[in-house]
Write a protein that binds this ligand. Structure first.
Ligand code: GAL
Length: 376
């Protein structure tokens, strides 16, 4: 009888331990969902809708092959940001070999925003065509009636074909660039600054690789992407329904080599954290600031402090999440990639802190709770 009671008690306690909600963030560790499976939503972003958070990210599979899209975009939901329920695949790759989103293409950094006017959920993602490496540099868009999907693929484009950036010096529009400039020569760097690639891609549309979305206070949405061979970021305005480009776009820090953009607004300033361009390998993050989304972005510094600050704690930015119901509370979300076994990529979530200058900074914390934002 005793053994039986002991057995019952053990089963009960293990079960309640399993059901117990975890309230801490443990950056870099396995992060189990409600089924006990490591969350599979890499290069992700978060939508807050009707009191719930929805996390969208790249569904990776095992091995090196996992760097391509074989399944689609995975969605999870949560009320408290630490416990996540698996909501399944919100956007699926196609099994039609002719489709741009056929299995084996590359779908990266999906982000979802809600359009109040149309009542639709709009997902944008970086798309590369199957078997073409990173040549296509397109951005794709899909829409859904529910946050968890299914999202229907509308189109993929190289944005802003046939239009010049709004902050482009008019004289450069008629500039003729010398041919065969040697990559990284001083002349080449100057030519890229002057818009060599904007000219090259003018008819077909601009390149769009690492991307993010941002909705400003007036409801206007922006698509931020690494363009011009990853040398220059572009920030482009989206149409009112968020499914297209208006043609209004700016170049940000030409030749600055920024990717993995993540934006947020604090104290009337717009901040952006980016990375340098070293593929899956981590590098030092960069902090930029501007008075408006389409304004004049300036580099401030590496926002990371402490050990591994030069490697962004072995991770790369993907999103900055404003915490609902808390003032000036933002979570920096980054990926610790594992290109050899893509599914085992880890998530680095850290609270954004602010220094006496009012600038954001990031420091490593092994384990933390949302209450960190209350201690100010
Ligand atoms: C990184 C980029 C990732 C992925 C990777 C491929 O620079 O941020 O999203 O595209 O390159 O090498």
């Amino acid at each position: 009888m005793r053994t039986f009671l002991f057995l019952i008690a053990t089963v009960f306690f293990s079960f309640s331990a399993l059901c117990q909600k975890s309230t801490t963030f443990k950056p870099g560790e396995i992060w189990p969902d409600n089924k006990g499976v490591h969350i599979n939503a890499h290069g992700g972003g978060i939508l807050f809708h009707n009191g719930k958070y929805f996390w969208f990210g790249e569904h990776k599979v095992e091995g090196k092959k996992g760097n391509q899209a074989w399944v689609g975009v995975h969605c999870y939901s949560s009320g408290n940001l630490t416990d996540w329920t698996d909501e399944g695949i919100a956007f699926s790759v196609s099994n039609d070999p002719e489709s741009e989103i056929t299995a084996g293409c590359v779908i990266e950094r999906p982000k979802v925003i809600y359009n109040k006017k149309t009542g639709k959920f709009v997902m944008w993602f970086h798309l590369e065509l199957k078997g073409q490496g990173y040549k296509a540099a397109k951005t794709g868009v899909a829409v859904a009636d529910n946050p968890t999907g299914p999202y229907n693929f509308l189109k993929a484009v190289n944005p802003n074909a046939g239009v010049w950036p709004v902050n482009y010096n008019g004289e450069l529009i008629s500039k003729k660039f010398p041919e065969n400039l040697k990559d990284w020569s001083d002349e080449w760097i100057q030519a890229v600054k002057d818009g060599l690639f904007v000219h090259r891609d003018f008819e077909k549309g601009q390149m769009a690789r690492d991307m993010s979305l941002y909705i400003d206070d007036d409801g206007k949405a922006y698509h931020i992407h690494a363009s011009e061979e990853n040398l220059t970021l572009h920030i482009a305005e989206l149409t009112d329904d968020y499914t297209g480009f208006t043609g209004k776009y700016i170049r940000v820090l030409p030749t600055g080599h920024n990717e993995a953009p993540a934006l947020f607004k604090y104290n009337n300033k717009y901040f952006m954290i980016t990375s340098g361009c070293t593929g899956w390998a981590p590098n030092a993050a960069r902090l930029l600031v501007s008075g408006s989304v389409m304004g004049n972005w300036e580099y401030i510094e590496n926002p990371c402090v402490g050990t591994d600050k030069e490697l962004t704690f072995h991770a790369q930015s993907t999103y900055i999440l404003p915490v609902e119901g808390k003032k000036n509370a933002f979570i920096f979300m980054a990926d610790r990639w594992n290109p050899e076994n893509a599914i085992d990529g880890r998530y680095i979530w850290l609270p954004v802190q602010f220094n006496e200058m009012g600038n954001p900074y990031l420091e490593w914390i092994d384990e933390w709770k949302l209450s960190i934002f209350d201690k100010k």
